[in-house]
Design a protein around this ligand. Sequence first.
Ligand code: FES
Length: 145
Amino acid sequence: MSEEKDFEKMIEGIQNKIELDEETDFSKKVINEYRNPSNFGVIEKADAIGKIKGPCRDTMKITLKIENDRVANVCFWTDGCGTSIACGSMLTKMIKGKTIDEISAITSKELNNALDGLPETHVHCTVLAVSTLHKAIENYLSGAP
Ligand code: FES
């Protein structure tokens, strides 16, 4: 099954749950990013690729195009929870146009703040997203895509 199909299936699967939770647990920013994610997908022939499976067993993949030491384009893919979609979407928006040094310094706390704070039970989703980005940069700096 393609990653796109996986995404559609996963969206259907979690739709009901997040609809139930969203009134009480999630910020408007999280709900908006989850419902209308930016930069979902995989860049072909990317300059940097990070892929991590978190302790929750969900996977995040981030692919980047780097030009003149800056992020020219970035996409994320995940088979994870609705929050991981919101995290990938917000993180990719935060880093477009930034330098390698700037994105290397980004923390999961900054991502959490950008989403107006996640429920404690979902803070680990920000760690998965930022760790995946850092893995991509580590691979890029070591000469691997
Ligand atoms: Fe796994 Fe959110 S529960 S990334």
